[in-house]
Design a protein around this ligand. Structure first.
Ligand SMILES: Nc1ncnc2c1ncn2[C@@H]1O[C@H](COP(=O)(O)OP(=O)(O)O)[C@@H](O)[C@H]1O
Ligand SMILES: [Mg+2]
Length: 262
C-alpha cells in the first residue's frame, strides 16, 4: 500500500499576459510529493520554479489545475505551507530573536511565547549569542539561518525554500547545507527546495524534479537513493558522481545552445 502523498500538483499550469500576448511560464505540471521527504526542483532561471512555489503557497492562482495538501484542495489557500521566498528579508528593525519569532507571531502566537519557543532553538542551531543582534550586522550565512528557522517555526508540515543558499560563497553554502540536513532530520517536515545547483540538489534530496524552460516544465523525476544521514564525503562516491552527471546531462540537453552564448 502506498501512503497518500503530502502535496500534489495536478495539471498545474500558468499563462501570463505579456504585451497583450499569452506567455506560458509553466506548461501543465504534475507532482506527487510524499510526506517527510526532501524534494528539489532544479532548472535554469526562468523555468517556473518560483511560479510553482507561488501557486502552492496560494499567492498566485494557477491558470489550470489544482494543488492538494493531504488530499484536500488547497488551491489559492494562503497559510497552508511555510514559504521562504527567494528574496526573503529579515526585518532590519527587529533583532534575530524577534525576526525568528515573527512567523509564529503572524500565526497568532503571543510574542512572549514565540520568543520562549525560539530562544532554545537559536542556541541549538548555531545562532546562540546572536539573539539580540540586528540583521545588518550579520553575515549572509547567519541571516539565512535566521530566515530558515523563522520559516520552520511556523509549524506547517510543508516547507518551501526558494534558492536559500543561492547568494552564499561556496564554503558557507556547504556548511549551510549540512545545517539544513540537521534541521530536516530534527523537524520531520516535508521540504520542497529550489536550486540551480546540481550538487546541492543531489546532496540534500530524496527526489529531484528536473525542469526545462520555454515553456517551463518538468522533464524528469529522479529518485536519489543515497543513504542518510549524509555527510560531505558522499560527494566523491561513484553513485553521487554518477547521479550528478546524469542530472547535468539532462539540464544541458534541455537547454538550447544559444542560451550559452547569451
Ligand atoms: N507576474 C508575472 N507576470 C509575467 N511574467 C511572469 C510573472 N512571474 C513570472 N513571470 C515569468 O515566468 C517565467 C518563470 O518565472 P519564475 O517562476 O520566476 O522562474 P524561476 O524561478 O525558475 O527563475 C519567467 O519567464 C518570468 O519572467
Ligand atoms: Mg525563482
Amino acid at each position: 500500500m502506498t501512503a497518500r502523498p503530502k502535496l500534489v500538483l495536478e495539471n498545474v499550469s500558468m499563462t501570463f499576459q505579456s504585451d497583450g500576448k499569452p506567455f506560458t511560464a509553466l506548461a501543465p505540471v504534475d507532482l506527487e510529493i510524499p510526506a517527510g521527504k526532501f524534494i528539489s526542483l532544479i532548472g535554469p532561471s526562468g523555468c517556473g520554479k518560483s511560479t510553482i512555489f507561488n501557486i502552492v503557497a496560494g499567492l498566485q492562482p494557477p491558470s489550470t489545475g489544482r494543488v492538494l495538501i493531504d488530499g484536500e484542495d488547497a488551491t489559492g489557500l494562503i497559510g497552508r505551507v511555510g514559504y521562504m521566498l527567494q528574496k526573503d528579508l529579515l526585518l532590519p528593525w527587529r533583532n534575530v530573536l524577534d525576526n525568528v519569532a515573527l512567523g509564529m507571531e503572524i500565526r497568532g502566537v503571543s510574542m512572549k511565547e514565540a520568543r520562549a519557543r525560539a530562544m532554545p532553538l537559536l542556541e541549538r542551531y548555531g545562532l546562540g549569542g546572536f539573539e539580540y543582534r540586528y540583521p545588518g550586522s550579520l553575515s549572509g550565512g547567519m541571516r539565512q539561518r535566521a530566515a530558515l528557522l523563522r520559516t520552520l517555526l511556523v509549524d506547517q508540515d510543508v516547507v518551501l525554500l526558494d534558492e536559500p543558499f543561492g547568494a552564499l560563497d561556496a564554503q558557507t553554502k556547504s556548511r549551510m547545507q549540512e545545517w539544513l540536513l540537521q534541521l530536516f532530520n530534527d523537524f520531520g517536515r516535508t521540504v520542497v527546495f529550489v536550486t540551480h545547483d546540481v550538487e546541492e540538489a543531489v546532496f540534500l534530496s530524496d527526489e529531484i524534479y528536473v525542469m526545462a524552460s520555454r515553456p517551463g516544465r518538468v522533464i524528469e523525476k529522479l529518485p536519489v537513493d543515497l543513504p542518510r544521514p549524509r555527510d560531505r564525503a558522499i560527494v566523491s562516491t561513484p553513485r553521487f558522481v554518477a547521479m550528478k552527471k546524469y542530472c547535468l546531462d539532462l539540464l544541458h540537453m534541455a537547454e538550447p545552445a544559444d542560451d550559452l552564448a547569451a
